[in-house]
Design a protein around this ligand. Sequence first.
Ligand SMILES: *[C@@H]1O[C@H](CO)[C@@H](O)[C@H](O)[C@H]1NC(C)=O
Ligand SMILES: *[C@@H]1O[C@H](CO)[C@@H](O)[C@H](O)[C@H]1NC(C)=O
Ligand SMILES: *[C@@H]1O[C@H](CO)[C@@H](O)[C@H](O)[C@H]1NC(C)=O
Length: 420
Amino acid sequence: LCWCFLTSLVLQFSLYGWKSRWVESKHSPDYGKFQLTAGKFYGDKEKDKGLQTSEDAKFYTLSTRVKSLSNENETLVVQFSVKHEQGIDCGGGYVKFPDTLNQEDMHSESKYYIMFGPDICGFGNNKVQVILHYKGKYHEVNKRSRTRDVINKDTHLYTLIIRPNATYEVKIDNKQVAAGGLEDDWDFLPPRKIKDPYAQKPRKWDERLQIEDPEDKKPEDWEDFEYIPDPGAKKPEDWNEAMDGEWEGPLILNPKYKGQWKPRIIDNPNYQGEWIHPEIDNPKYKPDPTICHYYNISVLGLDLWQVKSGSIFDNFLLTNDEQFAEEVGDETWGIRKDAEKKKKDSSEAMTEAAKANEETKKYTRIRAQQDEVLVETEDIQKQWRELVEELGNDRHMKEDDVERAFLDKNEVRVDQKDEL
Ligand SMILES: *[C@@H]1O[C@H](CO)[C@@H](O)[C@H](O)[C@H]1NC(C)=O
Ligand SMILES: *[C@@H]1O[C@H](CO)[C@@H](O)[C@H](O)[C@H]1NC(C)=O
Ligand SMILES: *[C@@H]1O[C@H](CO)[C@@H](O)[C@H](O)[C@H]1NC(C)=O
């Protein structure tokens, strides 16, 4: 049984070829346009043509219908490649498998079974989304995939495998980045075990790692009064106890004061360790062997928001054969990635060179302007000297007055003068 379907072949046809295969949603009049292109750098100009988002700050909604398929008792493999050659800052790079739907009305709220692929917004906010539909709810994967090496401009291959034994795997560039059990890494079902509601920590359970040493005693001569009565103070002669109350002398800092006494801290000899709440089987948990069985996958969609456009999607594959998917990945993304990288490096070198050239021109232009300013400055300085000489005989003339006279004469605005 193989219901593999390979749109990369379709995409290699012609501009009209992809347009007849893919349907643009008309749900909103303002969706961004996709275009068919291999982009600025590629391994092969024809074979690497894919669907590129072409307008900034837009929603994109596009889909294609496939022969209806079910993954009951079968492995499901979803694979595609995406190249964020624009250097994506915030946007989606994922595919969705909507419920059977009217493609012309597809939108971001359309019900879907699976959403899979990179989702990027800002530094450190990169993840591979794997959202799976189960009993009317969307469940996001709890485990993060390692994505550090793939947030760049190169084409990367994304693969999701869901197996009938309820295990899954996420691969990037044909290397595993996450794997495990569907039940463990999504909250589809209530947990298998819960804390025993009848179990209680014994009242005398000793969780204190360290205690005050009960053997430690305060020394007899420990001075813990911070202030003492001043021994040098004398009751005034005319102190009348009946009128003034009992005489209390002034206080002074106790020179022998040692601070508050505290017993030393020792390891608790009766430490019992942290109390662990015993667990029991959760009565609410019922295994469901049909988790992630999708009986009617028939549309593959792109439903994205992109701030900076330019992502190119290609090599879409839907199959039940893990091995086949790996081979297709190797024969598309795999054999052309090095050539693409080389092209990218030379394209970036060219951009750099153009930028440097532009900088040189700008610098030359600024230098030319500076020379003009310099000539002007010399001219003005000459006038200044002449003016000082002219007024120089009058010794009472202050510097500011020279300046004011100078400004009047030349109509130089103050901010310009500041620069001189
Ligand atoms: C899937 O497996 C179950 C259990 O073996 C079986 O009852 C069911 O008919 C199978 N479904 C298909 C579509 O083969
Ligand atoms: C699930 O199936 C895969 C592939 O057939 C196998 O490698 C894996 O060991 C299985 N895992 C479990 C928990 O059955
Ligand atoms: C699958 O989709 C087709 C086409 O929309 C529909 O006729 C069929 O009833 C669906 N089957 C299931 C099991 O939902």
